[in-house]
Design a protein around this ligand. Structure first.
Ligand code: SAM
Length: 285
């Protein structure tokens, strides 16, 4: 059924020409038109047959087609109304598999719209990509988040910050947030020439699988800790954490030398300090 419907679809370049979808820089539009590449991206989360999926920014629908071909049921949010007729045609070609919401993904309740267990897959607009990722990574974990996996295209520099290990300039708050209860990896590097129009920088697809959260740690304590530590990343922890009540004591409890700098502290060490901080805050009432 899906394959037959797909045969009727015109090439993406024709869709763009027919609907006048010249890319808008303000909307972060860099379209992917290579259907083989799109199929490879849609294969990253594993089998999508019959699975719920959530896509941000389908645009002319290239990645959407690939996710539909993989058999998922998609809810997609697009801010550019010019794309709606083309997406309507796609919804007709894959009956019952695609629902498009016209709006801003930052305002949409993805969980309510896409449902529990959805795979989030998107070639994200660069201007809201990191904010959306932080929102998904900050969801309640009970014992896992509402989404199953994240498969997201970012500018390479952002992808490197997500998967960074201690010791380098890329390592910071985003790495800790992405790694303390999930496993991110760069699944595919994508050359700038694959996009229309090509962006200035290279891109990468990051795949994130959630894991059970370490016990006894609340996100808010980890966030306060990493905000303070990386807020002054060149300073020693004894300086950067001075203003955070209980933090220097917590370092001592965990056995972390306060002369170290934030970029040398592993995710596990941050988690251990945040656990002690949380316990101390609770004891203070
Ligand atoms: N998915 C298409 C592809 O891969 O070719 C388009 C990707 S393009 C990088 C980003 C898309 O996100 C554009 O279609 C743009 O209009 C849309 N977009 C930008 N800001 C958005 C927002 N806040 N909410 C929803 N969609 C947005």
């Amino acid at each position: 059924m899906a394959v037959e419907a797909q045969r009727k679809l015109p090439p993406l370049r024709e869709v763009i020409a027919a609907h006048g979808l010249q890319a808008s820089k303000a909307l972060g539009q860099n379209f992917l038109l290579d259907e083989q590449l799109l199929d490879r991206i849609a294969a990253i989360p594993g089998s999508l047959s019959g699975q719920p999926a959530f896509e941000v920014g389908p645009g002319p629908g290239g990645l959407t087609r690939a996710i539909l071909r993989a058999g998922a049921n998609i809810v997609a949010v697009e801010r550019d109304d010019r794309c709606l007729p083309a997406l309507g045609e796609l919804a007709e070609a894959f009956p019952g598999q695609l629902r498009v919401i016209s709006g801003d993904a930052m305002q949409v309740d993805a969980r309510a719209e896409a449902g529990e267990g959805a795979h989030i897959i998107a070639n994200l607009p660069y201007n809201v990509g990191t904010a959306l990722l932080i929102g998904w990574l900050s969801a309640p974990w009970t014992p896992l988040p509402w989404w199953s996996t994240l498969t997201l295209m970012f500018q390479m520099e952002v992808a490197e910050r997500i998967v960074a290990k201690p010791g380098g300039d890329h390592y910071g708050r985003l790495a800790v947030l992405a790694q303390w209860r999930s496993e991110p990896r760069i699944a595919m590097k994508v050359h700038r020439s694959a996009f229309t129009p090509p962006p200035k920088v290279m891109s990468a697809v990051v795949h994130i699988t959630p894991t059970e959260a370490p016990e006894g740690v609340e996100l808010k304590h980890l966030e306060r800790l990493t905000a303070a530590a990386f807020g002054q990343r060149r300073k020693m922890l004894r300086q950067s954490l001075k203003g955070l009540p209980g933090a220097l004591d917590a370092l001592e409890v965990v056995g972390i030398d306060p002369q170290r700098r934030a970029e040398t502290v592993s995710v596990e060490e941050f988690v251990a300090v945040a656990r002690v901080l949380g316990g101390a805050a609770q004891a203070r009432g």
